[in-house]
Design a protein around this ligand. Structure first.
Ligand SMILES: NC(=O)c1ccc[n+]([C@@H]2O[C@H](COP(=O)([O-])OP(=O)(O)OC[C@H]3O[C@@H](n4cnc5c(N)ncnc54)[C@H](OP(=O)(O)O)[C@@H]3O)[C@@H](O)[C@H]2O)c1
Length: 325
């Protein structure tokens, strides 16, 4: 049994990895949280971590090449990595892409504080980074200082970028940098294109075993409207549509595919919301609390395992009943 988990170092992905790696081999992918990766790989001997920005098709291709060389056959694939940015669909005029391309003044935009903090990072210059995989370095406990610095910058940026969105949706704390950052395109790429590109690559490279189970992490915002989440919700809705379509293509191979759709879960992604917003969300939730990463991880494990052997093409909310009201 070997399961691939993306977004493995933090939040929901980390909780999934901790459950699975207790009894099987897990290959995890993260972007640049190098410190968390080092600590996790030391704590979990069955876990092997690869640094790869899945929003970069070049980096994903490199990852696939590395996995092919290992002759791994995944019995489980968890497409969990994602980002959430908060902001209106129509950007403030001063943050338009034209202005952005003409100079670096984007960095002074108040509305794009999160992009601003990240823009200083050389790692995120255009074209998007296709950095070499760090698996070998982790095996030797030698994550580079560049990765280390990047992780620290991101942590600082995440703190500085917190916004105050209403209860019911993730905050912008994981906004991703780029010299030409477009929150619409970047969220569609990270949350929709990237997982599909990776999954297709895994299938084409025959890295997915017969009778494997694929689990996609979506969001219950695909069916509930809130301000500031157009790109995020559209991307996740696209993923859910892909899950339904793919069950037809993958079924004859014996491969199942399902999605979980969490509500508000206590992770870095929602850390910027503040206690009051989370309490308000908990009051609106029939089960009376915000979700924990372990709540989602348990359902993912169920979909991966034999208890769901006759379930495919489904999306299951894991939101304490918030969406059922
Ligand atoms: N938290 C919630 O309330 C909530 C609600 C509904 C749905 N979700 C979904 O659940 C999933 C996990 O969310 P979370 O709250 O656990 O998020 P999180 O705490 O912010 O962790 C995100 C993980 O994804 C990785 N990641 C992000 N972009 C990546 C990329 N381009 N390439 C490779 N790895 C990437 C991150 O790696 P680095 O650490 O290296 O950046 C990190 O390990 C996401 O798909 C999210 O949309 C979350």
């Amino acid at each position: 049994m070997t399961t691939l988990v993306t977004g493995a170092t933090r939040g929901i992905g980390r909780a999934i990895v901790e459950r699975l790696a207790a009894h099987e081999r897990v290959i995890g992918v993260y972007r640049h949280s190098a410190e968390a990766a080092r600590a996790l790989s030391q704590a979990l001997p069955r876990l092997e971590l690869f640094a790869c920005d899945l929003a970069s098709s070049e980096a994903t291709d490199q990852l696939l090449t590395t996995l092919r060389a290992q002759q791994v056959r995944f019995t489980g694939v968890v497409l969990n990595a994602g980002i959430a940015e908060h902001g209106g669909f129509v950007r403030p005029r001063q943050a338009s892409s034209q202005e952005h391309a003409s100079s670096q003044e984007h960095a002074s935009s108040q509305e794009h504080a999160s992009s601003q903090e990240h823009a200083s990072s050389q790692e995120h210059a255009v074209p998007r980074d296709a950095r070499p995989l760090a698996a070998e370095r982790f095996a030797m406990g030698q994550a580079s200082s560049q990765e280390h610095a990047s992780s620290q910058e991101r942590a600082a940026a995440g703190q500085a970028a917190t916004e105050q969105p209403a209860a019911g949706h993730p905050s912008a704390s994981t906004a991703e940098p780029s010299a030409a950052h477009d929150p619409l395109l970047y969220q569609l790429r990270s949350n929709l294109e990237a997982p599909l590109y990776l999954l297709r690559g895994l299938l084409e490279a025959e890295l997915v075993a017969n009778h494997a189970s694929v689990v996609v992490v979506s969001s219950n915002l695909t069916r509930h409207a809130v301000f500031g989440k157009v790109a995020y919700a559209a991307a996740k809705a696209g993923l859910e549509a892909a899950v339904r379509q793919l069950c037809v293509e993958l079924g004859p191979r014996g491969v199942r595919i399902n999605a979980v759709a969490p509500g508000i879960i206590r992770t870095d992604m929602t850390a910027g919301q503040g206690a009051r917003a989370l309490e308000a969300y908990a009051r609106e939730t029939p089960l009376g609390r915000v979700g924990e990463a372990s709540d989602v991880a348990q359902v993912v494990e169920l979909f991966l395992g034999p208890a769901a052997a006759y379930v495919t093409g489904q999306v299951l909310d894991v939101d304490g009943g918030w969406g059922a009201r």
